[in-house]
Design a protein around this ligand. Structure first.
Ligand code: GAL
Length: 871
């Protein structure tokens, strides 16, 4: 399949989340409640179920995603039948009862001896989940499928003691056909074994059934798994052509004919389907026995409402399968009508309009909640990022939870959907390279089939900082992955995250459609000279490190400094060897306006990779000056003896709690130039620094600003070309008030005030949402601040606080954003860090009512917040 590199017109869609209450058609039932859980294998099982021993059986899963490779045939013999946990008669009554999504790692405890780069949490090892369920005798002619959105990792599944299948990659979604194993009398018992190898990740992966699981029931003839693919090849103001390919599966032993119909409806902005269909199409299909057949339909949508970032309009295609006039399946596919294109001049265009990519990379964990997917927690992340001006998300470095893409579709973000962090060359002893050859084709095709209907997805990234960028083998691999991308979805380009600057010239660049550099801001010009017609953007940028509310003096301009007490100064000047402050990347992007934007490392802090306190060669800070390097190495050695506590990253623009660091405002100033804003740093509580130089930096969307200390002007400064912050580097500290007045085009534009506070006297709590749903999933994020009598947050307060709750809610996690803290995320007590802490409250399913969250700290006035949980 050929694809034009600089004018890809992409049009799209969203995942088919089919559901229906009509038992005659399809049912997609959430399968998250009432699981039983146990860590470890049963005594005596040995390593009989290790992947190496059973891979011939596991690899036979997912043959529908094999086109180039070998389709494996499952050996006739059974496996695992002799391991008691797989047996339906095993007595599991003493197992722990829980609901999924569940991440066993986040429960802790933290352990100093675990690697910091994966969070110092026990996410590794073996875990088993079992679930009992019944199926009605009247369902004998139905098909049964188990859909797992993500299981970390090497999951294998038994039903009633019989092996069904499995999938090693913990970020993959997959489906298993349970039909041959289902019992219609008595109980069915599903048993899932997960095996998370240590030393398999560069960040915290979590462990467990950490995403949603579904039970799907269909008629024998039905729409296949991820069986719809919608494209919109022609879009004008008056009309959009909507092409729909439907894969119809026939589970019967005889060939069957059916009518396939599609009805298209508009969704309103909150996702409700409008009553009348606006377009229809119909065709007929003959599906051979035990096989599948693709039906093609086409419809026209008059005066289409385009999906764009300001107004992310969506449609839904309802696919109906009929036999003999009777509806036997209904399947929903949400999609969007839009065009996308990349070119070498400016980068990315959405619906013909240039869109500069204001992107962030994020890992999948949700801070104190771990990696267990929670829609509200993800939505909150996106809300915070949007406030900063973000319009693009990179799912570093793996397929995301499907709900992230649903949210991006609904909220109007574009997405770079990434597949892998390693190919054949591993980065960790037990990472993806061990299974690359057997699984990459299935993983990549499965990811694209799952995600290709989402209008938000604009790029498929075939890999991050792959070790093979520099050799011919790697180029051939990259080309084969791009070929898969084009086969599965000719409407979107492939890209890869290249940290090797030679990858821009050595031929690697020709293996992808759109080129993305990681940290090679100095090479944008050279790249363009060598590749005049190739679209280019910053795939991963900055990697500035900072801790919220920490400032160290003197303010050292050396980017490798600014560290103390396992924290990094928040002047936003500090970064590891390969990385830079935000300003440096801004300058490179502005000098070379054909660079289509950037994806900053990272939007949110994440568990693991606590550079510069990683303490191993991969994550330690590296220096150009050998003397400094020596000093740092010695320091690290010493720290090794006292043990580095850091367990989460310093890279986030926003901390692990979702609290904004100063850096938030330098990005907001650039990315939301029309929002009047100014932000002063540092805080102004430095009793020990009276008379000492205490530099003041200001981030503003204005172009000029005047700073006042206790009413005296410290001068008005204007941003020069390639200046992104205003600095008053000679300010001598005196307590009182700093005020900045910003100007734009000579007119007063915005102001910010920073005051010296008194001692902490009050606990203050505020909820991000006080009305939440009694569904057992919804969350309220409650921010705690310690304030002085005047209500000002006391920026160095570190008191102990205690949370308690009454009513139908529970405190599921607490945090304070301190990357070096080992307090359990499930504790009810927490040291405040730099004036702030967080409590996350979850509702109880089916129990509406008033929830009171109370926060107390010895010697301070306590506080309470009231939440209402509603049906
Ligand atoms: C990049 C890598 C990321 C993260 C980052 C830290 O090289 O792609 O996963 O490790 O460095 O700066």
């Amino acid at each position: 399949m050929t694809i034009s590199k600089c004018s890809l017109v992409l049009l799209v869609i969203t995942l088919a989340v089919a559901s229906s209450s009509n038992a005659q058609t399809r049912q997609r039932i959430p399968f998250n409640e009432f699981w039983l859980f146990q860590k470890g294998d049963p005594v005596g099982a040995g390593d009989t179920l290790s992947y190496e021993k059973i891979k011939d059986w596991v690899r036979a899963t997912g043959n529908e995603f094999v086109r180039d490779g070998v389709k494996r045939v499952r050996p006739q013999t059974q496996i695992g039948g002799d391991v008691v946990y797989t047996s339906s008669s095993y007595n599991d009554t003493d197992w722990r009862k829980l609901n999924i999504p569940h991440d066993w790692g986040i429960e802790g405890p933290f352990n100093q001896d675990y690697p910091g780069e994966t969070g110092k949490l026990p996410w590794f090892g073996v875990g088993w989940y079992r679930k009992h369920f019944t199926v009605g005798a009247n369902e004998k002619n139905r098909r049964f499928y188990l859909q797992i959105d993500g299981a970390m990792a090497y999951s294998t599944v038994w039903l009633n003691g019989e092996f069904v299948g499995g999938w090693p990659y913990g970020y993959a979604s997959y489906e298993l056909d349970l039909t041959p194993y289902v019992k219609f009398e008595g109980e069915n018992v599903i048993a899932i074994r997960l095996d998370n190898p240590p030393d398999s990740s560069r960040w915290y992966p979590g462990g467990g059934l950490y995403r949603n699981v579904w039970l799907v029931k269909t008629a024998p003839l039905h729409v296949g798994h991820w069986g719809t693919y919608i494209t919109t090849p022609d879009v004008t103001i008056d009309n959009a052509t909507v092409d729909l390919k439907v894969m119809v599966n026939n589970g019967l032993a005889s060939s069957s004919s059916a009518t396939v119909k599609a009805r298209i409806y508009e969704l309103d902005l909150s996702g409700h389907r409008l009553p009348a269909s606006i377009a229809t199409a119909s065709t007929s299909v003959q599906v051979p026995a035990n096989s599948n057949q693709v039906a093609s339909l086409s419809a026209n949508v008059r005066r289409p409402k385009l999906w764009d970032l300001q107004s992310p309009r969506r449609y839904v295609a309802l696919t109906v399968i009929e036999q003999g006039g009777k509806t036997i399946d209904e399947y929903e596919t949400i999609f969007g009508i839009r065009t996308i294109k990349f070119d070498e001049q400016q980068g990315f265009y959405l619906n013909g309009q240039h869109v500069y990519l204001k992107g962030v990379c994020n890992h999948h964990d949700l801070g104190a909640l771990g990696s267990a997917i929670n829609i509200r927690a993800l939505e909150r992340q996106l809300e915070i990022l949007r406030e900063m001006g973000v319009n693009a998300i990179r799912t570093s470095h793996n397929p995301p939870a499907p709900e992230l893409l649903d949210l991006c579709d609904r909220m109007g973000f574009v997405v770079m959907d990434e597949a892998f962090d390693a190919w054949r060359r591993g980065k960790k002893k037990n990472d993806y390279h061990l299974i690359f050859d057997d699984w990459h084709e299935k993983d990549l095709r499965a990811q694209i089939r799952r995600d290709r209907n989402h209008p938000s997805v604009i790029l498929w990234s075939i890999g991050n900082e792959i070790g093979e960028q520099g050799n011919a083998e790697g180029h051939a691999l990259a080309a084969s992955l791009t070929k898969i991308v084009h086969e599965e979805d000719p409407t979107r380009p492939s890209t890869a995250a290249a940290n090797n600057r030679n990858a821009g010239y050595n031929g690697f660049q020709k293996t992808v459609d759109v080129f993305g550099y990681n940290y090679q801001y100095g090479d944008y010009g050279k790249f363009r000279e060598a590749n005049p017609s190739m679209p280019l953007f910053g795939n991963e940028t900055a990697s500035t490190v900072s801790s919220r509310g920490e400032y160290f003096f003197p303010v050292d301009p050396d980017k490798s400094k600014g560290r103390a007490d396992f924290q990094v100064s928040s002047y936003d000047l500090y970064a590891p060897r390969w990385a830079v402050p935000p300003d440096t990347e801004f300058e490179a992007q502005d000098r070379f306006p054909y660079v289509g934007g950037e994806f900053v490392w990272t939007g949110f802090d994440y568990l693991g990779e606590p550079t510069p306190y990683g303490g191993d060669s991969k994550t330690r800070l590296e220096f150009t000056d050998p003397q400094v390097q020596q000093q740092m190495d010695n320091e690290l050695k010493q720290l090794g003896q006292i043990k580095v506590p850091s367990r989460s990253s310093y890279f986030g623009i926003v901390d692990l709690c979702g609290f904004k660091k100063d850096r938030f405002y330098i990005y907001q100033a650039r990315w939301r130039p029309d929002l009047p804003m100014a932000h002063i740093l540092p805080h102004w509580n430095w009793p020990e620094r009276v008379g000492l130089i205490t530099p003041v930096h200001v981030y503003t969307s204005g172009d000029e600003a005047e700073l006042f200390l206790n009413g005296r002007s410290l001068g008005r400064k204007k941003k020069g070309q390639y200046q992104y912050r205003l600095r008053w580097d000679e300010v001598k500290y005196e307590p009182g008030e700093l005020r900045v007045v910003a100007y734009k085009n000579g007119k007063r534009w915005a102001q910010d005030v920073m005051k010296t506070t008194g001692n902490a006297t009050h606990v203050v709590v505020s909820a991000d949402r006080s009305r939440i749903k009694a569904d057992g999933n919804d969350l309220s994020f409650v921010t705690l601040r310690l304030t002085d009598r005047a209500g000002l947050m006391v920026p160095r307060a570190q008191n102990l606080v205690r949370f308690s709750i009454s009513g139908p809610g529970e405190i599921v996690a607490v945090d304070n954003g301190d990357a070096a803290s080992h307090t359990s995320f499930q504790a009810k007590e927490r040291w405040v860090y730099k004036g702030m802490a967080l409590a996350i409250v979850r509702t109880k399913k089916g129990l509406p009512g008033q929830i009171h969250l109370r926060a107390e700290s010895p010697g301070l006035r306590s506080a309470e917040v009231r939440l209402t949980s509603v049906r």
